[in-house]
Design a protein around this ligand. Structure first.
Ligand code: ADP
Length: 242
């Protein structure tokens, strides 16, 4: 399997409600891909399938060549996830939070410390290692969660609306950092409904009512107009103001 993430003909229903309808796309290593869709498009459902919180009965998902249904352990080992809800222990320091997660991944001692330092460096967070999570602002807490998601050295980083609730400069910093991670070789899948987080060279999958409406570079989807205009035309959804 050449591509790092391969979603093929995935359909998912909650009872009678179809949340994903024959969704297929492939993404390559070292790309930033925005999963762009309005509320209810199916983004969270797709993330739940990619992290195996839900199991697809129809279709297949391969991560780095591993079928998530047949070899979930190998597939999930290649994925780092940043959920929309904050999942930090606010009473622990940044380093303690990361060491705790490393231990859950079976890492300890010098190997763990090395991974933690590398992950913090990638997010420009090393100087914050000793600070209590409670004392960090929202943007730095998010960066710490991203660092944590990198500790087991995944190939794919999933982020579910990671800038919700952040101020403009924190949003910008996180968007820049995560683009840098893609440039350094990670495959990033970034769920959002905010068009301004997407750059012309990014990949974009537009999801609407459970179906893939477009999959291309952002600039190609925008064509002669803007990505917002293309998104509105495909989804009948006004782009939310920031
Ligand atoms: P998004 O993350 O893009 O907002 P979701 O994946 O949360 O979209 O939802 C996709 C569709 O599935 C929506 O119509 C939503 O109402 C429905 N849905 C999501 N979760 C459930 C659930 N637990 N039970 C029934 N319907 C659900």
């Amino acid at each position: 399997m050449a591509n790092t993430l391969h979603v093929q003909n995935v359909t998912y229903r909650y009872g009678a409600k179809t949340a994903l309808d024959d969704v297929s796309f492939e993404l390559a290593q070292g790309r930033f891909c925005a999963l762009l869709g309005p509320n209810g498009a199916g983004k969270s459902t797709l993330f739940s399938l990619l992290t195996r919180l839900l199991v697809a009965r129809q279709g297949t998902i391969h991560v780095a060549g591993h079928d998530i249904a047949h070899d979930p352990r190998a597939a999930l080992a290649k994925i780092g996830v940043v959920f929309q809800q904050q999942t930090l222990d606010l009473n622990m320091s940044v380093a303690q939070n990361l060491r705790y997660f490393a231990a859950l991944q079976g890492l300890s001692g010098r190997a763990a410390q090395q991974r933690i330092d590398q992950a913090l460096d990638r997010l420009a967070m090393r100087e914050r290692a000793g600070e209590k999570a409670r004392n960090l602002n929202g943007g730095h807490r998010r960066r710490m969660e991203i660092a944590r998601a990198l500790i087991h050295d995944p190939q794919v980083l999933l982020l579910d609306e990671p800038t919700v609730g952040l101020d403009t400069s924190s949003r910008q910093a996180i968007t820049d950092h995560v683009h840098d991670l893609a440039d350094s070789g990670l495959l990033v899948l970034w769920a959002t409904h905010l068009v301004d987080e997407i750059r012309p060279d990014d990949d974009v999958v537009i999801l609407h009512r459970g179906k893939v409406r477009a999959h291309d570079r952002a600039a190609a989807i925008a064509g002669a107009g803007s990505l917002s205009e293309a998104f509105i035309a495909m989804t009948d959804t006004p782009v939310p103001s920031l």
